[in-house]
Design a protein around this ligand. Structure first.
Ligand code: MEV
Length: 435
């Protein structure tokens, strides 16, 4: 990516898909082979799909869009997003524009440390067994690191080991061992699961117990990503709302999510709209990210908002977001899926940590988009046009009918499939009668 490239491209929304591709090509965001993939010619083949999972009979498509205006750690980024929900990409792009006016997003990511767990059963002397394992910590870390010579050559491997005594459980007391493993640019599930399975017999020998489960934890709380942004209050003003009203409305909306799990679930869903879309675009495991995010949101014993919105000393709106982000740029679908490869290339990321910096920033932008809408005009207005288009498509509209039917539904104020079908049928009857 050229350092002079900007992610702010005016009028992009109004172009056709082909014109957008041309514009990105002219701005050197994409090259010819990227265009070929994006036009569908290089998308996931049956052959590739068949090697990814079992019993393949087809390939499922989803819209692949880009969010504009993102400035993250002083770098312009075009963010690929794969999502079926209207308004998400537009919302992220618009909020990135507001954040840009306050210096963009600042993101930091912890080292790529994953947790592998062993459940050790059949022990009476739990504290003594814990002591025995910790006495051999250095040896065990060295052994666990050797299990993956490729990863260890890249600087990865076992970093720490913790043993937790569980005094009470539905099956009585047992031990849990956590192996903290640096997985470098991988998501890490394969490396960690292999290490846990290989190290288990040694743990049985040391403790005399029986290792039952051997698996990574998706609560990757050593691998946190955090982002913040400052939105100048005057930039929040729109239509009849003053900047201060919008700012205070956003803070009040956040406070609701901070104390109420029913609201926090929806608040966090809005954050995950942005996060999952980039995670999916890059071929990463979004179920792992979802599991980690929600477990982290409940880490203090009650489920709460993942983000915080407050007012700075200068009166501006400041947002921050922190969550575990176990994403990789090597292995799995990130390497196999042609569009996942293109997505990573488009963002110019060289490490998994850089990818996480982008993802956490998009999550924060998405949260702002939702709160701004909810605290002012409500979310339905912004959704209306795209929702109407989706209803028109589901009703069977084709070509020019789609836009026309969507506009008609909005004008009538009834965006429902039954009404869309009726209108379409009446138009087609008229056309057939005339023809
Ligand atoms: C809809 O997909 C997401 C929102 O519900 C998020 C929120 O309520 O904060 C709008």
């Amino acid at each position: 990516m050229k350092p002079t490239q900007t992610s702010s491209i005016s009028g992009f929304y109004n172009l056709t898909v082909e014109q957008r591709l041309q514009q990105l090509y002219e701005l050197s965001w994409l090259d010819e082979s990227d265009l070929r993939f994006l036009r569908g010619l290089g998308n996931l083949s049956y052959e590739q799909a068949n090697h990814m999972v079992e019993n393949v009979i087809g390939v499922y498509g989803l819209p692949f869009g880009i969010a504009l205006n993102f400035l993250i750690n002083d770098r312009d980024v075009l963010v690929p997003m794969v999502i079926e929900e209207p308004s998400v990409i537009a919302g992220a792009s618009f909020m990135a524009k507001l954040a840009r006016s306050g210096g963009g997003f600042h993101a930091q990511v912890d080292p790529p440390l994953m947790i592998g767990q062993l459940q050790i059963l059949g022990l009476n002397d739990l504290h003594n067994a814990r002591f025995k394992i910790l006495a051999k910590k250095d040896e065990l870390l060295a052994e666990a690191t050797q299990i993956d010579p490729v990863l260890s050559a890249l600087g990865g491997g076992a970093r720490d080991l913790e043993v937790r005594v569980i005094e009470h459980s539905p099956i009585g007391p047992f031990l849990i061992l956590h192996l903290i493993y640096d997985v470098r640019d991988a998501m890490g599930a394969n490396a960690v699961n292999t290490a846990m399975e290989k190290i288990a017999p040694r743990i049985e020998k040391i403790t005399g117990g029986r290792v039952h489960l051997k698996i990574l934890s998706n609560l990757a709380d050593h691998r946190l990503a955090r982002a913040n942004c400052t939105i100048p209050t005057d930039r929040l003003a729109f239509e009849g709302y003053s900047g201060k009203e919008v700012r205070d409305g956003i803070v009040a909306a956040w406070a609701f999510a901070a104390i109420d799990p029913y609201r926090a679930a929806t608040h966090n869903k809005g954050i995950m709209n942005g996060i999952d879309a980039v995670v999916i675009a890059t071929g990463n495991d979004w179920r792992a990210i979802e599991a980690g995010a929600h477990a982290y949101a409940a880490r203090n014993g009650h489920y709460s908002a993942l983000s915080v919105w407050e007012i700075s000393a200068t009166g501006d709106l400041v947002g921050s977001l922190e969550l575990p982000l176990a994403v990789g740029i090597i292995g799995g679908a990130t390497k196999v899926h042609p569009l996942a490869r293109l997505a990573l290339k488009l963002m110019g990321v060289q490490t998994a940590q850089q990818l996480a910096e982008i993802i956490v920033s998009v999550g924060l932008a998405q949260n702002l988009a939702a709160l701004r809408a909810l605290a002012t005009e409500g979310i339905q207005r912004g959704h209306m046009a795209l929702h109407a288009r989706q209803i028109a498509l589901s009703a069977g509209a084709k070509g020019e009918e789609i836009e026309k039917l969507a506009n008609e539904l909005i004008t009538q104020g009834t965006i429902r499939i039954d009404r869309a079908e009726e209108i379409l049928k009446s138009w087609r009857n008229i056309r057939d009668n005339i023809g």
